[in-house]
Every structure is written in C-alpha cells, then in structure tokens.
Design a protein around this ligand. Sequence first.
Ligand SMILES: [Zn+2]
Length: 250
Amino acid sequence: MLSLSLLAVGAITWAGLAQAIEAEPSDDTAPAVVGAAAPTSPPILSREKWRAKPALPGLKPQKIGGIILHHTAVRKNPRVSIENKMRNLQSFSQQPGKVSATHSKPAWPDVPYHFYVDFAGRIAEGRDVNFAGDTNTNYKPAGFVQVVVEGDFEKETPDPAQLAALRELLVWLSLRFDVPPQKITMHQNHAATSCPGRNFKAALPALLAQVEMRRRKAVNEFCAESLENRRTPICEETASLPRDRAGIAR
Ligand SMILES: [Zn+2]
C-alpha cells in the first residue's frame, strides 16, 4: 500500500513515487499506466512534517473513482500555522464531539479529509488516500479523495493562491488515480449541505476547465515522449480523439 507520508515537503517526481511504490510489498491498485502520465506533484506537507499521530483502528480501504471538494466552513485564519491546524483537526477528529447544537460525531480513526489546502495555498496530507474519508452528512464517502479548502465560502471568496494550489493538486490526483475531471464534484452533489459554499461553487467551472486543459497537456507530453508511452492505453485513447490546430486532443 502506498502511504502518502512518502511525500515529503517539496515537489516529488513520478519516478520517485514509482520507486517508493515498488519498494513496498504492494496491493496498490492505482493505475500505473495513467499514473505514469502524472506530472510532478505540487508541494505537499507530509503527516510526518505536521507531526500527525497514527491513525486509530477502523480505517476502511477504498478504490478511488472520484474526488469530492469541501470547505472548512470556518473563516480563513492566517494566525495559525498549517501544522497546528492539522494537529487540531486530528485531535477533534479522533474523539467524539459536537458538530452542531443537534448533531454529534463519533471518534473517527483520523482526519476526515485526504488533503487540506490552507488560506495561503499550502497543501497538507491528511488521511491516507487508500482509506475512505469520514463525514457528518448522509452519503458514503468510500471511493473518493476528499479535499478540503480553508474558508467559509458562503461568506468569503477563495483566494487565487488557494485556487492555484487546488488546481495543481487536482491535475496531479486526476492523473495519478485516473479520475476524469467530470468525476470531480462538490460535497453538495452528494448530500444535503451548502458545502463548499456558494462562492467556491461560482469559481469551480473555471477551475475545472483549467484542470481539464492541464491534464490533457500532461497526457499529450507523456505520449509524445516515446513509442513505448504511445502504446499505453491512455495514449491510444487520446490518439483516437479529434485534435485541434495545436495538435491537442480534445
Ligand atoms: Zn463538505
């Protein structure tokens, strides 16, 4: 199993990640061929770096088919470091507690999200992506990478730095786990909630168009690299698509 704690701070290359995967006795089900077209990951603060506690028992393995976007529903807070925010989120998550006047939550094994994007666009690793997230709302979180962005986007707007970081994260995740951009959705598409907020919702179409474009570019570059690459399913699929004048499959 691939543990994302292999991702130290700083961009890592696909080759490095592939080596890390090979180094483990693996039941990793991520599609290596599509993953091979994945660009370098954006910088991700590892669990080790924010000094995460180990996950508690009870994690449920998952196979990734989509990505769900959330907001923290709490105003951005530049005064608290991302390390502290992650540690606070983890201690809140790992004990039973109140989430509203009428709702309480059980102790979860770990933070409910797989990735956290803070107010400045820094990204931290949350729960191991190989295990399903957790939710207070009524839907099954298994099968999704859960990404949360810091802010109350009913009232605030996402910062350009947050959107840029999220875009790079989504391009990488979509290629790494072969999630087409159409499978990137919002929490409110799955359950009765305003999450991730109306101002985030307004910014999403443009963001997803950029993700789609960059994803296509990364696949095209990968396929142009060698004959061997061109024979992989993702390139054969792309080659059968009509191309625009710049030669980019659409
Ligand atoms: Zn949510």
